[in-house]
Design a protein around this ligand. Sequence first.
Ligand SMILES: [Zn+2]
Length: 491
Amino acid sequence: MATATSISAETRAKYEPVIGLEVHVQLLTVSKLFCSCSTRFGDPPNTNVCPVCLGLPGALPVLNRKAVEFAVLASMALGCRINERSIFARKNYFYPDLPKGYQISQYDRPLAEFGAIEVPSAKGRKKIGITRLHLEEDAGKSLHEGFADSAETTAIDLNRTGVPLVEIVSEPDISSPGEAYEYLTRLKKIVLYTGVSDCNMEEGSLRCDANVSVRPRGQKEFGTKTEVKNVNSFRFIREALEYEIDRHIGVIESGGKVMQETRLYNANEGKTYGMRSKEQAHDYRYFPEPDLLPLVVDEKWQAEIRRTLPELPEARRTRMVADYSISEKDAEVLTASKTLADQFEEAAKAAENPKRVANLVQSELVGRLKARNLEIEQSPISMRGVAMSADLVERGAISGKMLKDLYDLSFERGKDFPAVYEDEGRPQQSTDTSALEKIIDELIAANPKQVEQYRAGKKTVLGFFVGQVMKASKGQASPQIVNQLLAKKLE
Ligand SMILES: [Zn+2]
């Protein structure tokens, strides 16, 4: 990765980065925040608009109940306290994609406050505070390319105007780009579990701005911060922060002053560029929105929403370790997404040995999906297929090697495991023991010393023989049958 200047590790160690993140998440409502226009992504430009979201004179906003419920649910999942009474406010500024001349947001009375997300850090686990979560409407989109006259003109699409967002603001508790990455990954996972957003970064359903400054270690006051805007992947945010931190240190070390400004990250070059100076903080002239009543989410409504809160990743991990006797690490991988966790549990319940299902999903399924860039939802092998294959191995009907081959065929043909197993004529690993017995007899004759040790009580020698038989059968023999035959012949 490119760096601003060549900052040595020693110089870097003299400074402490201070990072705060602002994340915008689009809520998965069918209609917009204050009107009944559709929120569908990808519709022809300016087709999902009405007088309310166009800001025509006299049009009045009506709050979307579902958006409030989703925002409250997200707040609860992030450990926030819900303010029973919150206030919508007008944030005034001019921008071509904002026809009203103001955005309806929340200011000094946000919907929720005081949450936290726990992340792993260099010193064990660390809590990153969430200052606030508030509801607001999105602005439209300026289109700078894709038209014949794009060189001279900018087009505006107002379909996105008024789409419901929550803005989640962290405390400046984050002290490295790695922690920022962990925070974002966990935030996304938690929000996905609640189902209130699809967090699709390509479609702009999740956007992140990062504030960063550095200060000499031990100093209390913050350094001057810059804001990196509109970075479209968590990996790029980590890279942009790494670049910015080194750039700040470089400026300070050479006797300069960091300028307060907004910067854009160019992922191809791995560099940030100044976009606009922020010497004077924007004055948005916030005032309470006169067309909307205060939002009241009373205890009864809160309790109703809390009942719909699903089991969250952390709790689910702990429970899965207990329920299926799998390791912490297994549980971490298997709860990566709600879908994966749901699917695993479905298979684990259907199969004879949940631990084998956990191993199969991780070693045979996830790897094959990754190699083909597929999501778990697109897997040719269903969880019914995984459960069935796990049981076949468990009972010794097929070997591990046969399972791998059948999985490969499933992926090649895009067919589920049970179908491929049928197509292949329900293959069985050899249960014809005569061939195996011959191998075993030969092994016993060739290894009198080990046979003597076994008969003298050193039962671990059995493992040596099992290994030799498996090798001789090229992995096709059933370990269970080999074990039985060996035990019988060695006695
Ligand atoms: Zn509308």
